[in-house]
Design a protein around this ligand. Structure first.
Ligand SMILES: [Zn+2]
Length: 1169
């Protein structure tokens, strides 16, 4: 396996994010050789695909190592990404199985399989292994109970099947599975459990009349390793406020905790209980007293024991070894209590707002290191007992323990705070970067925030079997080993490689995130999980801040790439979650840790605050917020209180808290529409929540639409090339101030660079803040939006003019007589604030024309926004030709960041129309664009940081390979690769994806000559192979036109009875071509199955349409093919019928627009467009 070829093939690491998606867990390897003397000025990168195994092969390859390194390095990553992508959907769906057994055993949608495979994918290091997943289903992975499967479904599946819970479907509910959605989950940080909660619990806020202020925990770890068992003595110091009639003490208590003794005292006197009740559904303990509680201090003592390492409980993650007698031995464990798992380790008030101090001691075998949040009290570590210093007031979810035989690596921050990395002996070598980097990040954060890191030590553990990338426990940060491990092959700093840069970036981000939490989350904590963005939004924001010091290009691109993903997600019905919303159960809190809807959305809004108040004022406010609320719990009102009261935009001020409130509590994201009247210089700017349905024109009722269109045309005498209908009633006389200038802010405050340590607040003030009412807020579709628009040209003496004002109402109309009718108006330049912008058609056209004439009139960020927005608003409209025209400007695009977004756009456009007669014309139209993409790929290899931009989403390179073959650019090298492959079909000496794409292209387009016939024979003979060979064979064979080969291939695919293989074959990862001959064969083979099997495959008997069924169905590109699929079954059930209706409308629309406006577009003289 590649993992063991470290010495031969350069650096290998497992790029493991915290994502449960396998697509991001690829493994890749590449190394850099010193540049040869003749080209010493250029950095060169070399890639070693994991596929190479034999010495012979290596020898054969070595002489061919030349430039093209960055491309190769990306390519290898990509290769894995693509293979994984191919099976991804299938994996999350599980296998569809059918054999001769009775039906109940025959069908198995094994979600828990999927979970199993996720966990194991990081162990799969070569393409070979990955492709093995295509083999006949492994019976051990199957369950027979669909009910069991659904209960154990990993959360990601749940997200991909949003229809599950709805009852009454409409055509608007039926959507194709998003291709790119799989990559949307780029970073899954802490907070998500690998398995679903078996039992969900209501989160009932505990009463406030009695609260803890201190805990003493005495842990006995002596039996943790052999018996997986821990004994604990706990003393909870409580304060009761006021004489009350209440006679009950409620606290959180996990069902796994077995209490043996309990004692309550007040002023040294023992108190008697009426009874003690364990309420498992709420995970509560209720101690009912004989007498009511009185004001004063109480001490509650308990002795209990619990089993650990139980996957279902999940607060303790163990590393287990199987012994000779087949019993399990734990070698180490780490805890992770966020969000609501502290209660499964000790009885406590397990709410983030309830802070207390902790004294901890642990009895253990001296061979183990025991770690907790605080340092060991010196001189006490004897006879197997370790005492820890008392913690500051902190939330229970941040308490942490670890035990194991770790090796220590030590470093210090500038202030002398010890930073220690704990790792397993065999992992130590790969921790060097983490050890060097962590202290630096803490120094930077102290400098930026001007508040000292509050604890006396920082420990980082590289744990095993830790199911998320990192957890920010105060003073004891736990990482999954793979997410912080990196071994560089090049120890000298001169040869900085893409490999190293990317690895350092990836690890750096994770460390920065957890380090930022030490302030945002640990020092100042959200009072309620509904405002988790106060933790995660700030932590994510500071990651970009910190990373942009060193990697400004990558950090900036990732931000905007993430913003695009956020908009894509929040534009769909099932994803438009408000940032602050009610969370009532444990599982709702678990699910709220969403990479897009929490991390990205939180970060985007924090960044918006910064942009509204200026960087200087923002930093000052953040310092104020941290200092004022140190050791306390907060709500967003406390954040508002620290921010400037007003935000300036243009000549007006708005109350900042009122502006932000809407953005925090509203569902979805806003879109703004600019409509111009070109006769009288009036403009209307309106806002609404962005919903993709509105722009999928085929979802609208066609009759109604036509009618409306006719009426509008009659009323406004416009055609599709003119402006959209303009409503005169919208004129309300508003006029923005002319020549509104950007705001200037005073920067008179002296900057205090020294960092200080905040003091502990009193217990009573902490208790008072808990009494503040909890406020979630109602979602409304109205935002207070800072509007900026720009017009004019850099080339003229007037230059570009910028206007700013607040949009608070649904819409506003005004005249701006400086804007001439032939000038484009751009709203929200630099994509500064997070909203979409739509325009009337003529303004879209003017914008597109400006891009064609001089794209530099708009900044790079604006160009990215124009690409994203025009696709959203225009590509599914009745005017896709306008979008096509706009995309054409990319032939001149010279900025790689913009072009990377453009690759996605162009790829998707070609993909939509590849089944139509216009396919060829579209491909020819894009030829100069694709050629320019190829040029930028070549150019990017001269600079390591630019090259690493490809790694943000490596699948883009695969798309480019397909695009350049589709337009026959010589770099496709189809004939060369085909010859080479025919000669030695197992010798993949270069980037496999590039090679397979080229061979596929040759098979699809080549003449049926001697050589091609040989290739067909070769493929036929290889259909009997297994594993990776077989998977590549079917991918290649599906590109050919040879009927015998296609028939045999379709038979081989269908015989696997594996939906994963079907979906992969139809999605064709190596080709943008549409091969109707192959698809016809494939569906004919499916037709031969029994009705029972087909019903299972398409889940027609269920209200839950499986993702596999959806992928299969939505891969259809023509009406003819749809008819063929429809004839497979006599009855498709109500939900699948809706899918057919959706597809029918969609395919008819494609056929209409391609025969209509697109056809006219190609027939017209493009110069005069
Ligand atoms: Zn976090």
């Amino acid at each position: 396996m590649c993992r063991f070829s470290r010495r031969d093939f350069g650096t290998i690491y497992n790029r493991r994010t915290e994502s449960p998606l396998p697509s991001l867990n690829y493994v890749y390897s590449y190394s850099m050789k010193p540049p040869p003397p003749q080209t010493a000025t250029r950095q060169q990168f070399e890639v070693e695909p994991c596929l190479r195994h034999s010495q012979i092969m290596r020898d054969a390859i070595r002489p061919s190592r030349k430039s093209d390194f960055a491309r190769k390095c990306i390519a290898v990553i990509l290769l894995h990404a693509i293979f994984l992508f191919a099976i991804l959907a299938a994996l999350i769906i599980g296998h569809w199985i059918s054999d001769e057994k009775p039906f109940t055993n025959r069908t198995s949608f094994n979600y828990s399989n999927a979970g199993f495979m996720f966990e194991n994918l990081n162990k799969i290091t070569t393409t070979t292994n990955i492709v093995h997943q295509f083999d006949a289903p492994n019976p051990t992975l199957l369950t027979t109970s669909a009910e069991y499967a659904r209960k154990n479904m990993p959360r990601v599946v749940e997200r991909l099947i949003p229809l599950e819970k709805k009852k009454n479907y409409t055509i608007l509910d039926v959507f194709p599975p998003s291709q790119d959605a799989n990559f949307a989950v780029s970073e899954q940080l802490h907070g998500v459990r690998s398995n679903r909660l078996k039992t969900d619990a209501l989160l009932v806020p505990l009463p406030l009349y009695i609260l803890p202020y201190h805990y003493d925990l005495r842990l006995d770890f002596r039996d943790f390793d052999t018996l997986l068992f821990v004994r604990v003595n706990i003393t909870i110091h409580l304060e009761s406020f006021g004489n009350s009639t209440e006679d009950e003490i409620q606290f959180h208590l996990g069902p796994n905790i077995q209490i043996e003794k309990m004692r309550l005292r007040k002023d040294g006197k023992k108190l008697y209980a009426e009874h003690f009740k364990k309420e498992e559904s709420k995970k509560l303990g209720r101690l009912k007293l004989k007498d009511p509680l009185r004001k004063g201090k109480y001490i509650l003592e308990m002795e209990y024991n619990m089993t650990i390492c139980d996957e279902d409980i999940d607060g303790v993650r163990c590393s287990l070894d199987v012994q000779n007698n087949s019993s399990l031995l734990a070698t180490s464990f780490t805890t992770k209590f966020e969000p609501t798992l502290a209660r499964a380790f000790f009885p406590c008030w397990d709410e983030p707002g309830v802070k207390a101090t902790f004294n901890i001691s642990a009895i253990h075998d001296p061979k183990y290191n025991v770690l907790s949040n605080m340092p060991v009290v010196l001189g006490t570590q004897q006879k197997g007992i370790t005492h820890f210093q008392q913690t500051p007031p902190m939330s229970t979810y941040l308490l942490a323990f670890a035990i194991g035989e770790f090796v220590k690596l030590e470093s210090r921050t500038d202030r002398g705070i010890p930073v220690t990395v704990y790792a397993y002996p065999e992992d130590v070598m790969s921790m060097k970067f983490t050890l060097d980097y962590a202290p630096m990040i803490f120094d930077k954060l102290e400098e930026t925030l001007e508040i000292s890191y509050p604890l006396p030590k920082i420990d980082l553990i590289a744990a095993r079997n830790f199911h998320v990338g990192g957890m920010e426990n105060w003073g004891l940060i736990v990482f999954e080993y793979a997410s912080v491990a990196y071994t560089s092959q090049n120890s000298d700093h001169v040869n900085e490689t893409v490999d190293r840069m990317y690895n350092e970036y990836r690890i750096g981000k994770l460390i920065a995130h957890e380090a930022a939490h030490q302030w945002f989350g640990n020092l100042v904590t959200m009072r309620d999980w509904s405002e988790l963005f106060l933790n995660e939004g700030f932590a994510t924001f500071f990651v970009y801040e910190l990373m942009s010091f060193e990697r400004p290009i990558t950090a900036q691109f990732e931000y905007f790439d993430g913003l695009a993903v956020l908009f894509a997600a929040q534009s769909e019905e099932d994803h438009k979650l408000a940032l602050v919303r009610e969370l009532n159960t444990e599982s709702q809190v678990e699910k709220s840790f969403h990479p897009t809807n929490l991390y990205t959305k939180g970060c985007v809004f924090i960044r918006m605050i910064r942009d509204l108040v200026s960087d200087f004022d923002f930093k000052a406010a953040v310092r104020r917020y941290l200092r004022k609320n140190a050791y306390r719990s907060v709500s967003r009102d406390d954040l508002f209180a620290s921010l400037p009261a007003y935000a300036d935009h243009g000549a007006e001020q708005e109350k900042l808290s009122q502006v932000l409130e809407g953005w925090f509590v509203n569902e979805g994201m806003p879109e703004v529409t600019l409509t111009r009247n070109y006769d009288n210089e009036m403009m209307t700017i309106s806002q609404k929540k962005t919903i993709h349905h509105d722009y999928r024109s085929f979802l609208k009722d066609r009759k109604e639409d036509k009618l409306r269109l006719r009426e509008t045309r009659a009323a406004n005498k416009i055609d599709l090339d003119g402006s959209t209908p303009f409503d005169d009633s919208m004129f309300d006389g508003f006029r923005p101030k002319k020549n509104g200038s950007t705001t200037k802010r005073h920067r008179t405050t002296r900057r205090n660079k020294t960092t200080t340590k905040p003091r502990y607040p009193s217990e009573s003030s902490r208790r008072d803040e808990l009494r503040k009412p909890r406020r979630v807020g109602n979602s409304q579709d109205l935002w207070t939006i800072p509007i900026t628009y720009q017009f004019g040209s850099l080339k003229t003496s007037e230059g570009q003019v910028i206007r700013e004002f607040w949009l608070k109402n649904r819409s506003v109309s005004f005249a701006d007589n400086e804007v001439s009718p032939n000038q484009a108006v751009l709203v929200n330049p630099d994509w500064k604030y997070p909203f979409r912008v739509n325009y009337d058609l003529l303004n879209w056209k003017l914008l597109a024309r400006t891009l064609h004439q001089n794209h530099l009139e708009f900044s790079e960020k604006s160009r990215i926004q124009l690409l994203i927005d025009s696709e959203y608003f225009l590509s599914n409209s009745n005017n896709p030709h306008l979008y096509l025209y706009l995309l054409g400007y990319l032939a001149h695009e010279t900025n790689l960041e913009v072009m990377l977004i453009g690759i996605d756009s162009v790829y998707r456009f070609i993909d939509i129309y590849k089944g139509t007669s216009l396919n060829q014309a579209i491909v020819i139209y894009f030829a100069p664009v694709i050629s320019q993409m190829d040029n930028l790929l070549l150019e990017s290899q001269t600079d390591a940081e630019t090259a690493s931009l490809w790694l943000v989403r490596p699948e883009r390179l695969a798309k480019l390979y397909q695009l350049r073959c589709a337009v026959n650019i010589p770099s496709c090298k189809n004939e060369y690769h085909t010859q080479k492959w025919a000669h030695s079909p197992d010798d993949w000496t270069e980037d496999v994806h590039k090679q397979v794409t080229a061979v596929c292209h040759q098979l699809f387009t080549g003449n049926n000559d001697e050589q091609l016939r040989n290739v067909h024979q070769l493929l036929l003979s290889r259909l009997k192979s297994t594993g990776a060979q077989w998977a590549l064979t079917i991918q290649l064979a599906a590109c050919s036109h040879d009927s015998k080969l296609l028939r045999k291939t379709a038979q081989a695919i269908v015989a696997t009875k594996n939906a994963a293989v079907y979906a992969s074959a139809l999605q064709s990862d190596f080709s943008l071509h549409y091969n109707p001959a192959f698809r016809k064969q494939f569906w004919s083979e499916i037709a031969k199955m029994s009705i029972v099997e087909k019903s299972a495959l398409f889940s027609t008997n269920s209200s839950d349409i499986l993702t596999a069924s959806r992928i299969l169905l939505h891969s259809v590109k023509t009406i003819d093919e749809l008819q063929q699929v429809r004839s497979l079954l006599p009855d498709w059930g109500p939900l699948m019928s809706l899918h057919f209706e959706y597809l029918e409308r969609y395919l008819l629309w494609i056929s209409n627009v391609s025969q209509g406006v697109l056809h006219q577009f190609f027939a017209a003289d493009l110069l005069n467009f």
